[in-house]
Design a protein around this ligand. Structure first.
Ligand code: PXP
Length: 247
């Protein structure tokens, strides 16, 4: 039986460890293949403008090696559009990117750039890529993502996870309520709903429980957990929690 909710494993931070020393090890493509063997539904990789983790060659090798879909995360720049159009990954996720940030801090301001983004994603859609936009759980951003022709919105779970980690329980519950309400709203517009950023074993279940969420993309925690229990067992535990949340 196909699972009700898919897991995409983000392998960026295998490349972070590799790049800490230069050279070729550990290989993020090997991690992606292991994740595929472990039963993940997709692999996510973010080619950043500064190439701080994933490289152009990694994307090329992932495209050649994977049988599950590659979700290619990228900023809305001309350079990234050309790379995506060359490789035609099954999925593209448009994210905001700031050089000085440690990770993708916020969602896209779709409403502010509607015209540019509509023109930006059109050729990607024509090339057969499923286009998703990474946004905050915000009604105006969801409506704008819908208007520009995105098929998917990925809701940023970072604020919810941060509030949980810092013990700010009222804020955590408010963030979770917004994610729940906006998942249902996005779905009501016909958008496919994904979510991710900062999710761990402790925070995944309430989000996985939303019936509208079709996919979670999880990276940093799983790669860290793999140090202790191995990548496949780390993934299996996440899948178990996600399935449990749905049943
Ligand atoms: N989804 C998107 C759009 C992201 O940018 C990231 C981080 O690269 C993730 C999911 C995964 O976040 P994390 O590595 O914190 O699990």
């Amino acid at each position: 039986m196909a699972s009700l909710i898919r897991l995409g494993v983000n392998i960026d931070h295998v490349a972070t460890v590799r790049n800490a020393r230069g050279g070729a090890l550990p290989d993020p493509v090997r991690a992606a293949c292991l994740a595929e063997e472990a039963g993940t539904d997709g692999i996510t990789a973010h080619l950043r403008e500064d190439r701080r983790h994933i490289s152009d060659e990694d994307i090329e090798r992932l495209m050649a090696a994977l049988r599950v879909p590659l979700n290619f995360e990228m900023a809305a720049t001309a350079e990234m559009q050309a790379i995506a159009l060359r490789h035609k990954p099954q999925a593209v996720c448009i994210v905001p990117e700031k050089r000085e940030e440690r990770t993708t801090e916020g969602g896209m301001e779709v409403a502010r750039e509607e015209n540019r983004l509509a023109h930006y994603i059109a050729p990607l859609r024509e090339a057969g890529c499923r286009v998703s936009i990474f946004i905050a759980a915000d009604r105006a951003q969801i409506e704008a993502a819908h208007r520009i022709g995105a098929e998917v919105v990925e809701l940023h779970t970072g604020a919810y996870c941060d509030a949980h980690a810092e013990g700010r329980l009222d804020a955590r519950d408010r963030e979770l309520a917004a994610l729940r309400e906006m998942s249902a709203f996005a779905r009501s517009l016909g958008l496919e709903v994904h979510a991710g950023h900062g999710l761990t074993y402790d925070t995944v279940k309430p989000v996985a429980a939303f019936p509208e969420v079709a996919e979670l993309n999880i990276g940093h925690f799983l790669i860290g957990e793999a140090i202790f229990r191995g990548l496949a067992p780390a993934i299996h535990e996440m899948q178990r929690l996600m399935e449990e949340a749905r049943t």
